[in-house]
Design a protein around this ligand. Sequence first.
Ligand code: UTP
Length: 408
Amino acid sequence: MVLEEARRKLAAIGQEHVLQYYDELDDRGRKNLLRQIEELDPGLLELVGNGVKENERGALAPLGAVTLEEIEEQRGRFEKKGIEAIRECKVGAVLLAGGQGTRFGLDSPKGMLNVGVKKELYLFEQLIHNIMEVVNSTGAWVPLLVMTSEKNNGDTVSFFKKNNYFGYKEEYVFFFVQKMAPSVSYEGKLYMEDKDKLASSPNGNGGWFNSLVDAGLMEPLRKLGVEWLNVFAVDNVLQRIADPIFVGAVLESGCVCGAKVVAKADPNEKVGVLCLEDGKPSIVEYYEMTDEMIHERDENGKLLYNYGVILNYLFKVENLIKIMDENLPTHVVEKKIPYMNENGEYVKPQEPNGYKFESLVLDMIHMMDNCLSFEVDREKEFAPIKNVTGVDSLESARKLMEKNGIEF
Ligand code: UTP
């Protein structure tokens, strides 16, 4: 794109300030900036234009789950089936580690967080311990794919290398980098990170499969025989990965995907709830639910919209390929965005100062024809670290680690 075209594109969307320092830039800087302007999707900015709206919903209905009790009764059968699949290398694991963890506020990748007290124990390390339990019990390595972003890829890869993959087999670990999206102020103006660089941030965890394909990882997965991918978040220290019981239950159900869920701690808990939307599985956010839905109960007094997702899904690769060209909804999310101010200084805000654009893995569930909702015990499997203190924090996670006999 040449300068004149860039000017016209920006003028049409009221973003002329992006070229403010163009004359000061060297050749490389100019090229960089013009390339970013060329790649810029004006459609994203329109999402902020008229005040941010959430995506519209279809008709919602409750969806039950295979309950803890039911799982316990069938545990042996599920486990056997899951172990078989893992031994045949049909299951790969995808660690989503491209986020910036702005609520926690770290400069390094979140997986490098030391959650230990008496000894060092990094989040990445504990996740490897968790997956090693499956490797040890099945005698088979589970391919582990790690999604990073442009911002944290270098640090993540060198951290794994420096620590010898925490004992994991290197040839079963694959890194890939997700895409970025621009960030804007509350008024919808593009933030700059530098004179030749738009402020950008990872574009959400929804693009993980397309990024994995773009990185050329389908070929090694095919060679290994992987048919299912278990996607999970970096910040849940109790995360069960490639859990044979879950894998076995999903395979036996004939569903094309599965989601681990926990029963809500109370009706108003702020979790995304797995339900049906226009007859297909879907996840509705707590703020999208009416009061009636939140409190509705069945004849046994159990909440109808009872099961919250914990970002642990199992997808059939075949079905992921089918939806690759479909667009996921874009969410406009309020965040803290580092930017260059009018004096050319780099500022790291303490409070949210604008919006990022993200697509989310949970929206992929709605693109699947069916989904096995699989209940797990939150005390054993759900200790997310989102905040420094309080709910879903390092503090609360440590309490649960202690309860589960993890040494730290
Ligand atoms: P979160 O929803 O907690 O987002 O991510 P975040 O960006 O890491 O943290 P906050 O909201 O700024 O505090 C849930 C999971 O999805 C991954 C995260 O690394 C985490 O494992 N993720 C999130 C990505 O891989 N890419 C993204 O663009 C966003």
